[in-house]
Design a protein around this ligand. Structure first.
Ligand code: F6P
Length: 370
């Protein structure tokens, strides 16, 4: 295995790491088809993320294995956001657990399986691991960006986001009809971690009255003023979309729990209930809270995510065959391009405050609570 050399590549591996996102199977399918049909390669699927790479849980992927998976959510390979090879939980004889660097085991699996290059489909955490593996061991690795959060700066959009956005928009549409019938305030908490893309865009698409995102800390009194103003104008209901990472001015994000073994330990959640309670208390209008949760990660990918996933999967194999290791494929509309992995994971992509979407939202009367 040599960085920059595609000569003799006959067998590649595919791994999915981190939280799943609709469209992963489209990436796998396209990568397998291009690898097998176009380049005559053999493909090995690594099961259950980096754990599979450490413990040699692999299976052969032929065109038969990827038949019919394009519309399927999830990943046929399984995934986990634990099992970081540089920080791997090892069970001790006394029953305790110690975290160790077992990254050399990755090399053993690669030797045993005969994999000569690896496609890693992942979000920020998995791609950081991919970047470290590529740097430390000169592993021929190519990354594919994946996350419903859409928070990777090196790509215009990550696959999975469009499906999550569609799910969130459908939820807002449904909340609208019941909010209207009961003269209630409906608060919807959506995912997105430290970025407000899902909240902002679903709020715009679903016609929300208030959108709270991590990038714009809010004042609950301003949120309530907006609701009272609507009420005074005869609008008896309101829709408030809250990103899980939203926080009040001078306050902190609400942490639901810490997952110790995970790449990223913090799990956000709970801001929706806080906002809902405060709104009901201040406005006196009956308020209900819905937390959309993992519904946003599940289900069949939208046509956009199927196509983007397929384009990225094909491009990843092409990149490997061009010997461009240590890079990540990305969308630079209208093209598929690539960037160095280290650069790809360097910066989080958050909603720019000068974004025309934010400006338009304000101009049509949506409140960000500030
Ligand atoms: O990064 C994707 C994401 O769904 C976030 O939006 C959310 O905060 C987190 O993962 C949830 O993680 P888990 O599936 O471990 O609960």
């Amino acid at each position: 295995m040599r960085r920059g050399s595609r000569k003799g590549i006959k067998k590649i591996g595919i791994l999915t790491g981190g939280g799943d996102a609709p469209g992963i199977n489209a990436v796998i399918r396209a990568a397998v088809k291009v690898a097998v049909r176009h380049y005559g390669l053999k493909v090995v699927g690594i099961e259950q993320g980096f754990g599979g790479l450490i413990e040699n849980r692999t299976r052969r992927l032929t065109q038969k294995e990827v038949m019919g998976i394009l519309p399927r959510g999830g990943t046929i390979l399984g995934t986990t956001n634990r099992d970081n090879p540089f920080h791997y939980p090892v069970r001790l004889e006394n029953g305790g657990i110690e975290f160790r660097d077992v990254s050399e085991k990755v090399l053993e699996t690669i030797e045993k399986t005969g994999i000569q290059a690896l496609i890693i489909i992942g979000g920020d955490g998995s791609l950081k691991i991919a970047s470290r593996l590529s740097e430390r061991y000169s592993l021929p690795v190519v990354g594919v960006p994946k996350t419903i959060d859409n928070d990777l700066s090196a790509t215009d959009q990550t696959f999975g986001f469009d499906t999550a956005l569609t799910t969130a928009t459908e939820a807002i549409d449904k909340l609208h009809t019941t909010a209207e019938s009961h003269y209630r305030i409906m608060v919807l908490e959506v995912m997105g971690r430290y970025a407000g893309w899902i909240a902002l865009q679903s709020g715009l698409a679903g016609g929300a009255d208030v959108i709270l995102i991590p990038e714009i800390p809010f004042d609950i009194n301003i949120v309530c003023d907006k609701i009272k103003e609507r009420s005074a104008a005869g609008k008896q209901f309101s829709i408030v979309v809250v990103a899980e990472g939203a926080k009040p001015i001078g306050g902190e994000m609400v942490v639901q729990k810490l997952v110790k073994e995970s790449f990223e330990q913090i799990r956000l959640g709970g801001i929706g209930s806080q906002v809902g309670e405060q709104i009901e208390e201040t406005t006196g209008i009956e308020t209900r809270v819905t937390v959309l949760g993992h519904l946003q990660r599940g289900g069949s990918p939208t046509p956009f995510d199927r196509i983007l996933g397929s384009r990225l999967g094909a491009a990843a194999v092409n990149l490997l065959m061009e010997g461009r290791f240590g890079e990540m494929v990305c969308l630079r509309t209208p093209h598929i391009a690539s960037v160095p992995l280290a650069e790809a994971v360097g910066e989080m992509r958050r909603v720019p405050l000068g974004s025309d979407m934010v400006r338009m939202a304000r101009q049509i009367g949506i409140s960000f609570g500030n």
